[in-house]
Design a protein around this ligand. Structure first.
Ligand code: NAD
Length: 300
């Protein structure tokens, strides 16, 4: 999608990643409605961007994503201010696990679901909408699993965001509704969400994964919106070009099912364990090598 003259709404965009996404969209000629539960920082960010890009390009609307009335008011106020329908809606607001699992799940997945349902209703071509794009800020925590028990809710919430994105970001749904859905999955980024991490934790993160700037992630965000397909989950890792993370789970379960049947028939195993799977995959690899060798020998 060419973002020039498109209207984007971004939740949780007073600071951090949301602010960087807004800046990148504005630089590319889009109009942006910033929003956040933090009104003071949101207004300051809007002022900063108004000075840089012009008042007609940016505004701020206070919105707590936990409040359905706020979500509805945000959407209609954005359209009223710009006199334009919303083209891109970014579910970006998020929190870490520190204030408890319920709040983490409520903000990171339940409100994303709530906003998504509302936005689809507004954009749906079957209900008179013009179609559009929903971009969810997931995380690498939505792709991999963590080993910090107290942060399990964060991983669960972000896995939910990736699953929601993939379940809606299908050709069938796009054809019916005109709505595309994508998500961005960054690794660790230097933002306020890490403010609760200890010095040691931050050093560990920096050494093991690297700590990206929001601006670096925003480059990937623009690539996602401008160049990637419907349903894409785009992983952003430090010093690495963005990686489209394809969903191979259906193919994988199909191949493993074949293995389970073969092992059952040959060895009588009634439980296909990881070690059986390793042997099966290794055997497939050897078989492929033998086939290749056979083909080469008859061709040359
Ligand atoms: N920083 C990272 O390492 C990282 C990595 C991957 C994904 N993410 C995700 O990126 C998104 C943005 O986080 P960030 O890293 O920029 O942190 P951040 O704390 O700078 O930004 C989050 C913003 O969300 C706002 N917010 C919180 N609760 C809200 C609510 N109920 N309603 C509206 N706004 C609310 C905050 O006020 C804040 O401005 C989150 O979804 C986060 O999970 C962050």
């Amino acid at each position: 999608m060419d973002v020039k003259d498109k209207l984007a709404v971004i939740t949780g965009s007073a600071s951090g990643l949301g602010k960087a996404f807004a800046n990148r969209l504005l630089e590319s000629g889009a109009m942006v409605c910033l929003s956040d539960v933090n009104e003071a920082i949101g207004n300051a960010t809007a002022e900063e961007f108004s000075d840089k890009f012009g008042k007609e390009k940016v505004t701020f609307v206070k919105c707590n994503v936990l409040d359905k009335d706020d979500i509805e008011a945000l959407y209609s106020e954005a359209e009223r201010y710009f006199g334009h329908s919303v083209d891109i809606f970014c579910n970006n607001a998020g929190v870490n696990h520190v204030r408890g699992w319920r709040l983490c799940m409520d903000i990171n997945i339940m409100s994303v679901m709530e906003c998504t349902e509302y936005v689809i209703d507004k954009m749906d071509i079957r209900r008179g909408g013009k179609g559009g794009l929903i971009v969810n800020t997931a995380s690498m925590a939505g792709i991999v699993n963590g080993d910090i028990p107290e942060a399990a809710c964060y991983y669960a919430s972000k896995h939910g965001v990736v699953a929601l994105t993939r379940s809606l970001g299908t050709d069938v749904f796009l054809k019916e509704s005109g709505v595309r859905v994508q998500c961005i999955c960054p690794s660790f980024v230097d933002t306020n969400i890490l403010a609760d991490a200890s010095k040691d934790q931050l050093t560990f993160i920096k050494n093991k994964f690297g700590l990206m700037t929001p601006e670096f992630v925003a480059e990937g965000f623009l690539k996602l919106v401008a160049e990637c397909d419907n349903g894409t989950a785009l992983c952003i890792l430090d010093k690495v070009p963005p990686v489209v993370y394809s969903d191979m789970s259906a193919t994988r379960i199909f191949v493993l099912s074949v293995g389970a049947i073969m092992f059952n028939k040959i060895f009588g195993t009634d439980l296909f364990l990881p070690r059986h799977q390793m042997i099966f995959v290794f055997s497939l690899f050897i078989l492929a090598q033998l086939l290749l060798y056979f083909l080469i020998s008859i061709l040359f």
